[in-house]
Every structure is written in structure tokens, then in C-alpha cells.
Design a protein around this ligand. Structure first.
Ligand code: ATP
Ligand code: MG
Length: 430
């Protein structure tokens, strides 16, 4: 039986046995230091010359990083070690001897090089931390939805209509016909609420984003939820509860990992619903006040969002966008039919949009009218609009970009750091 490093760091056990990869090594006189990584954590180990045969000691000194070893020894607290503990080795067995020149050795590799070597860069301490936090965030999201009585559902990724508009769809050849990779599960979510009620999905969405930004992938993980008997107010409540739950819990569960990435867990603990709100109109005024050239009716893009986020130090909502800049299915605001009952959530510190959402049109005739206004062919959306004839109710839903929330929570510079194998315009490998 082997001990796992993550558990060792909590329990101060004396005699231990681990196995893993040598992520770093150095020697100094009669001592060799190996940093070992076992999939659960990292720890420093120390081998003194007199513990092993002289030739074996020399052989180990020449061994390359990423070799795999089994170690038995004594765990002790070591203030000088980065991880607070070290293992004094009694026995060491080599399971695999790595080749020379592991590709990720320097601290100054450029981003493109690291992207080309993603399959190795994954082993880096930073990627390890982000991947562990990512997994925990997904667990917490599922926990939140479970607590709230949502059902997880799954729908196809190959579809034949656009949810977010036609401009950034990936077209595929489907046995001689055209089909598309999905941008959103929303239409299916709206179908499911009539069966299982509140529901959510976690799945990849695809956007042919033909530009290089630090927040767009062409394939990203999309958390989407849909709720029957739910209006804009209820939607906002669900979003702020989910976000505060995830922030508070991740801060409790992984404070050290967050700190190491530069995010203060105390900050995340303080994020509590209700979150601040402004409407589109107010946002335009703030932007104008800040010297931005923007007119009422124009979309608020990444650059404008960045400026708005300077006014808040926690996530906030942007509500009531004009109809002209939102897809057809958004319900009109009865108080002002030029506006929609839509809401985005923006993360502070320049990050911007992490959630897009809104109340949907639930009336058949209103839906037909809106499709015509947008010069869309109702036949292309027949099954979607037909649902309004049988049992549809006021309902609302949201889409949250998993990589976007990870970027903000982990304080990352670029979205490529929040996912193991990112996809961009010029990148489909490794
Ligand atoms: P943006 O304006 O940033 O392109 P959007 O308005 O196109 O976003 P939605 O269609 O509302 O986004 O999608 C819902 C959520 O999915 C967004 O709030 C965001 O978190 C995430 N998202 C959208 N496009 C991408 C992308 N290309 N890469 C990563 N996440 C994305
Ligand atoms: Mg977009």
C-alpha cells in the first residue's frame, strides 16, 4: 500500500511509502533532493549517500527528471521546504528511467511553446493546481444543483439550428447534409423543463470565434440551467446563489491552492448574494461618463465590460439589454417593449462576462412575431416554437462559461490556462 502525498501533508505520519514522478532534482555533496509528484500532490524527499550503495547513488545523480520511483522513508516537518514537510529516504526503487531533456524544464518557455507541449506542461505545478481547482468547482456546481433539486440532463452536440445566431457556427458535413456543432443546449433545456422541471447540463459548446482574445475558446465547457415558473428576479437569485456558493466553498476547501495562484480565499468568502445590479441604460451612462465612445443601442463588448468592472470589486449583474442586440427568444420587458428581460453576470478585475441569461418568450404568438421581426424563418425553429402550444410556462435560464469562472477565481491572465487542451482558431493539437 502506498501513501498519497496530499494526505501525508495533513497527518504527520512517521514511516511512509510513496511512488511518483521526479519533478525536480538537485544534489549537494553527499545529499540528493528529489521533488516527487504522485497525482495528489508534491513533496520534497532527501537521500543521504550512506543510505544506498555507492554506484547506485552515482547512477541516481545522473538520472533525469520525470523518472518514476518508489520511496520508503520517514516523514518530518521541514520549514525550509516549500511544502512544509520532507521525506528522509530509507529505500528507493527506480520504476522507470526517463529520457534526457524533458521538454518543460525552463521557467521562461513562451506561451506557444507551452501550448505545443501541453501534454507535458500539464505536469507543471501551476497546471496541476488549476486542474484540481477546476475539478472541485465542477463538483461544487453539481452539489449546488443537487441541493436545489435540479436534474442533470444531456443533449446532442450535433444540431441543425443556431441558438446564439448564425455568425459563429461550425458547419459540419453530416452524411452529405449540413449540420452544426452546438453553441448552447438552451432549446433542449426548454424542452426538458416540461418533463423534469429545473434542470442543468455540463457539456462542451462550440463557437467559431475567428479572433484572438484572452477570453474566447472555440470549444468551451458550458454550464447551462433552465427553470420553469421562473422570471428575471428568480433567475438572478439562482445565479447569485450559485456563484456565492461556489466562491465560499472553494475558499474553504482549497485555500492554499488558491493562495499559491495569487487569489486570496478571504476575498472569495466575502462574496455573498445579493450581488449589485445595473441596467443597460445605466451602464451606457457610466461608460459615457468614463469617456467611452458608445451610443445607446450598441452592444457592450469586452473592452467596455472591462471599464465597467472597474466600478465593482465583486461580480455584478447587467440587466435589460435592448431587443436589437439580443437573440429573438428573449422575452420583452412589459414596462418597455424595446428592452428584454435579459441579464449578464460580469466578474470584476477586468474579467467581464461569465454568465449570459434571460427570461424566455413563453407565448406562441409573441415568438412568431419576434422571429418575423428578426427576419428568421419560423419553419427552421418549428419544434422549438411548438413547445409553446402545450404546457409552456414562464421560464428562464442561464449559460455560464466554466473556463471564464475558473479564469477569474484563479486570477489567470488568459483563458488558455483554465483548460488542459485549449482550442483556438489556429490550434487543434495536441
Ligand atoms: P462574449 O460576448 O464574451 O462572446 P457571449 O455573449 O457570446 O459572450 P453567451 O452566448 O451568452 O456568450 O454564452 C454564455 C456564456 O458562455 C458566456 O457568458 C461565457 O461565460 C461563455 N462563453 C461564450 N462564448 C465563449 C467562448 N468563445 N469561450 C469561452 N466561453 C465562452
Ligand atoms: Mg460570443
Amino acid at each position: 500500500m502506498f501513501d498519497s502525498i496530499s494526505e501525508l501533508l495533513n497527518q504527520n505520519k512517521r514511516k511512509v511509502k510513496i511512488r511518483g514522478w521526479i519533478s525536480k532534482k538537485r544534489s549537494s555533496g553527499g545529499i540528493q533532493f528529489f521533488e516527487i509528484r504522485d497525482g495528489t500532490g508534491f513533496i520534497q524527499t532527501t537521500l543521504k549517500k550512506d543510505k544506498v550503495d555507492e554506484n547506485f547513488f552515482k547512477e541516481l545523480d545522473l538520472m533525469n527528471i520525470e523518472s518514476v520511483v518508489e520511496i520508503e522513508g520517514e516523514l518530518k516537518e521541514e520549514k525550509r521546504s516549500k511544502y512544509g514537510f520532507e521525506i528522509i529516504i530509507d529505500k528507493l526503487k527506480v520504476l522507470h528511467k526517463a529520457d534526457v531533456d524533458f521538454p518543460i524544464q525552463k521557467s521562461d518557455h513562451g506561451p506557444e511553446y507551452l501550448m505545443d507541449n501541453r501534454h507535458f506542461y500539464l505536469r507543471d505545478r501551476k497546471m496541476f493546481l488549476i486542474t484540481k481547482i477546476r475539478a472541485k468547482i465542477l463538483q461544487l456546481i453539481r452539489k449546488y444543483f443537487d441541493n436545489e433539486g435540479f436534474t442533470e440532463v444531456h443533449v446532442p452536440s450535433i444540431v441543425n439550428n443556431a441558438v446564439e445566431g448564425g455568425s459563429n457556427l461550425f458547419k459540419i458535413d453530416y452524411f452529405g447534409n449540413s449540420a452544426y456543432l452546438t453553441q448552447s443546449w438552451q432549446f433542449y433545456g426548454e424542452a426538458y423543463i416540461n418533463s423534469v422541471g429545473k434542470c442543468f447540463t455540463l457539456a462542451p459548446s462550440f463557437r467559431a470565434e475567428n479572433s484572438r482574445t484572452r477570453r474566447h475558446l472555440t470549444e468551451y465547457w458550458h454550464l447551462e440551467a433552465e427553470m420553469p415558473f421562473c422570471n428575471l428576479e428568480c433567475l438572478i437569485k439562482n445565479e447569485e446563489d450559485l456563484i456565492s456558493f461556489v466562491c465560499n466553498e472553494i475558499a474553504n476547501d482549497m485555500p492554499n491552492e488558491l493562495k499559491e495562484l495569487g487569489r486570496d480565499p478571504e476575498y472569495l468568502k466575502k462574496i455573498k448574494a445579493p450581488l449589485p445590479r445595473i441596467n443597460y441604460n445605466e451602464a451606457i451612462k457610466i461608460l459615457k461618463n468614463d469617456g467611452v465612445k458608445i451610443d445607446y443601442g450598441e452592444d457592450i463588448g469586452a473592452d467596455e465590460e472591462k471599464i465597467l468592472t472597474k466600478h465593482y470589486n465583486i461580480p455584478f449583474f447587467l440587466t435589460h439589454f435592448p431587443k436589437t442586440i439580443k437573440p429573438f427568444y428573449h422575452k420583452e420587458d412589459m414596462k418597455n417593449p424595446k428592452l428584454t428581460l435579459s441579464v449578464d453576470m460580469l466578474a470584476p478585475e477586468g474579467y467581464g462576462e461569465i454568465i449570459g441569461s434571460g427570461q424566455r418568450i413563453d407565448d406562441y404568438d409573441e415568438m412568431l412575431r419576434r422571429l418575423k421581426e428578426e427576419k428568421l424563418n419560423p419553419k427552421d425553429y418549428q419544434w422549438y416554437i411548438d413547445m409553446r402550444k402545450w404546457g409552456n410556462v414562464p421560464h428562464a435560464g442561464f449559460g455560464l462559461g466554466i473556463e471564464r469562472i475558473i479564469m477569474w477565481i484563479c486570477k489567470l491572465e488568459h483563458i488558455r490556462e483554465s483548460i488542459a487542451f485549449p482550442r483556438f482558431v489556429n490550434r487543434t493539437t495536441p
